[in-house]
Structures are given as structure tokens and as C-alpha cells.
Design a protein. Structure first.
Length: 390
């Protein structure tokens, strides 16, 4: 979420609270002017109940999920008690009503439905609903009071519906956030596997080369060992960084490592510097405006293909990497001149790559090519990317 979005999300509850305070103040003044609290000894009881309900509504943002339903139950019981006293009193008419207290109880009903602890919320909702509806008909049931009771019931039902809707929306957002984090971590685990495999296979190739040179060219052994040491250090640094991201990820944090065309170029150059096969990169088209999920997937395709070359391409001397950009599609081709081989279907490399390419709406194929060697080709749509990496 952007800084502007966060600011707006904090401003809306404050504005709603200010509107609530203003409305309760106006209704309280109107009730006082209308004489709703000036009927014998019950006027003081109604005034105390209205003040307590308005105070609880004003302080509701500070009430926790446990305290809010408990306060709602207490105020509802107090209001029902006053209504019972009014029912047995000889005072009839509009003096039994008032609007500040029911408005405050409606607000509390909405909040209890939205975030009250479930074990208390059901009881609080029932008591608050009865307290709101029964006050107009507490003294006498006639056409005007029944109509007002129906209006209060409508307000209570609307508040309950809004509160429950907001509660369900919050639950759904939490569920989506949990599912997103799980999906991100799963994808991150695939990326971690690919990065580790890439580094380790490079170290193995260099170690094999150093072993071959140990007898024929002993003078070349120290530089080879230094390259192995450097590759191992880079692998450890990369793994620490990625695992640190996984441990520290909280909330809306992008776990997928980001990569662009520059990282693809570095990947090919690193492959050639290790020794053995020589890799070349051909770029065709403009890549500056590509979505990051597309460039990251291009990087993944090239990395997996180069890793498989190191593992399986016996007798390979040249690897050709080509990335073509058309108006709405990016095509990645990686081919080598090694002997044909059969890859095991039990590994996670190509299978995970196919899943990753499928997430952005693309396709990938791997197999022997005409003239010998092995090739990997992936087609990635630019305008239909499905994965948002931020």
C-alpha cells in the first residue's frame, strides 16, 4: 500500500468518529431542549443512561474486542431497566423516548458486530437490539411510538448488517493475505532451490576443472581454488540474503527476488567466466518497459537452462541465449551444442519453471533440437501477466 493509501485509511476512522461526536452532541442538545430528561424522578435515570451510552460511543475506539461487547451488554441492560421503569410509570408520551441514547447504542451495535469477541458479541447484539427497539414503546404503544420503534429497528438492522459486512470483509482480507504469503513463500522456495542449484553446479564445474589441472598444470591450481572460494562465498551471501528475506517477511513484503535484463546479462557472463562452454547473449527489441514479473521470469528461464547445461550437457562448447521482444510477447531461447540427453522427471527444475512461466500466462518447452544439442524455449505474454511482484 502506498503512503497516500495508508494516510487515507487512517483518516477515514477519525472522520467517522468526529461525525459521531457531532451527531451525539446535537441529539443530546435536542433531547434536552425537548424535555426528554425532565419527567419526575425517571428523568435523571434517562439522562444518566444517555450520558453513559454517549461516553461509551465516544470512547469506543479505545475499547478492545473483549471490552466492547461487555460494555455494550452493560449499557443495554441499563437501558432495558430504564424502559421497564418507564413502562410502570404514569408518565406517557414523547418523554419516554429521546434520540441520543438510541443513536449511541446503534453505533455500539455496529462496532460489536464488526470487531467484538464472538463469545460475547452474540449476547451484546441481542441486548442492544432490544434496548434500541423497546425504548419508544416503553411508556405506551401507539401509532407514533410504534412507527418510531420500527425506524429504530431499521437503524439497528442496518448497523448490524454494516458491522457484519465489515467483519466478513476483514476476515476475507486476512484469508487472502495469508494465502498470498503462503503462495509467495512457496514461490520463494522454488527460487531458492534454483539459485542454490545454479551456484552449486558452478562450484562443482570449477572443482572438476581444478582437479583436472592439478596434475598437468599445477600453476593454474591456486587461481582455480580462488575462483571456487569466491563462488562459494557468493553462494553463501546469496542464500543468507534470501533466507533473511524469508524470515523477516511480514505483511506486504515481496519475497520473490527481482531481476531485470541486466541480471540476465550478468548471469550469462558469469556462466562463461566459470570455464567450459562459452555462452553468448543476443537481445532483440526494447526491454525498458517490461513488467518486473516478466523480466524476473526471463531470468528464471535462462538460469534454469544454464544450470541444466552444466549438469547434463556433455561435450557442450557453446550456449546461445536469445531474448526477443515483440509488441506483446517476449520469447526466450536457450540452446547448446552438447550431446542429447534425457532429463529425469523427478526433479523440480523444469517442473517448477513450467509453473512459474504459467503464472504469467506463458508456455515453456524443452527438448532436443534439429542439428544436435538441447533447447529451452519460453513464450511470455507482456500484456497478460498474472503475477504482481512489488
Amino acid at each position: 500500500m502506498t503512503a497516500g493509501g495508508k494516510g487515507r485509511s487512517r483518516l477515514l476512522p477519525v472522520m467517522a468518529w468526529l461525525v459521531l461526536v457531532a451527531c451525539l452532541a446535537v441529539l443530546g442538545v435536542l433531547d434536552g431542549v425537548g424535555g426528554f430528561y425532565a419527567v419526575e424522578e425517571l428523568g435523571r435515570a434517562k439522562l444518566i443512561g444517555a450520558v453513559l451510552a454517549c461516553a461509551a460511543a465516544v470512547l469506543s475506539p479505545r475499547l478492545g474486542n473483549r471490552a466492547l461487547p461487555a460494555v455494550g451488554c452493560a449499557l443495554a441492560v441499563q437501558s432495558l431497566g430504564v424502559s421497564a421503569l418507564l413502562r410502570g410509570s404514569s408518565s406517557f408520551g414523547r418523554e419516554a423516548m429521546g434520540f441520543a441514547e438510541p443513536a449511541a447504542l446503534v453505533w455500539l451495535l455496529l462496532l460489536v458486530a464488526r470487531r467484538g469477541k464472538p463469545s460475547w458479541a452474540s449476547l451484546a447484539v441481542s441486548l442492544l437490539g432490544m434496548a434500541i427497539v423497546l425504548r419508544p414503546v416503553a411508556a405506551v404503544a401507539r401509532q407514533s411510538t410504534i412507527i418510531l420503534a420500527l425506524l429504530f429497528a431499521l437503524a439497528a438492522v442496518m448497523a448490524l448488517g454494516i458491522g457484519l459486512g465489515m467483519r466478513l470483509l476483514q476476515v476475507d482480507r486476512r484469508r487472502q493475505a495469508t494465502a498470498l504469503r503462503l503462495e509467495q513463500r512457496t514461490e520463494f522456495a522454488r527460487d531458492l532451490h534454483d539459485f542454490v542449484a545454479h551456484h552449486v553446479t558452478g562450484i562443482v564445474v570449477q572443482a572438476q576443472g581444478a582437479q583436472a589441472m592439478a596434475e598437468k598444470r599445477p600453476d593454474m591450481l591456486p587461481p582455480a581454488l580462488r575462483r571456487i572460494e569466491q563462488a562459494g562465498s557468493e553462494a553463501l551471501t546469496s542464500m543468507r540474503h534470501m533466507v533473511g528475506m524469508l524470515r523477516d517477511a511480514d505483511g506486504e513484503v515481496a519475497l520473490t527476488p527481482l531481476a531485470g535484463i541486466g541480471e540476465v546479462r550478468s548471469l550469462v557472463e558469469e556462466f562463461s567466466s566459470v570455464g567450459g562452454a562459452r555462452a553468448t547473449l543476443d537481445l532483440e527489441g526494447t526491454f525498458d518497459d517490461l513488467p518486473v514479473e516478466v523480466t524476473t521470469t526471463v531470468h528464471r528461464v535462462v538460469m534454469e537452462a544454464l544450470t541444466n547445461v552444466r549438469k547434463h550437457a556433455h561435450g557442450c562448447t557453446e550456449v546461445r541465449v536469445r531474448v526477443d521482444r515483440s509488441e506483446d510477447r517476449v520469447t526466450v531461447r536457450v540452446g547448446d551444442d552438447g550431446r542429447q540427453r534425457h532429463l529425469s522427471h523427478g526433479g523440480f527444475g523444469l517442473k517448477g519453471l513450467a509453473e512459474r512461466v504459467g503464472l504469467v500466462g506463458g508456455t515453456v518447452q524443452a527438448g532436443p533440437v534439429t542439428g544436435g544439442g538441447w533447447g529451452v524455449e519460453a513464450a511470455l505474454p507482456v500484456s497478460k501477466a498474472k503475477v504482481a511482484v512489488s
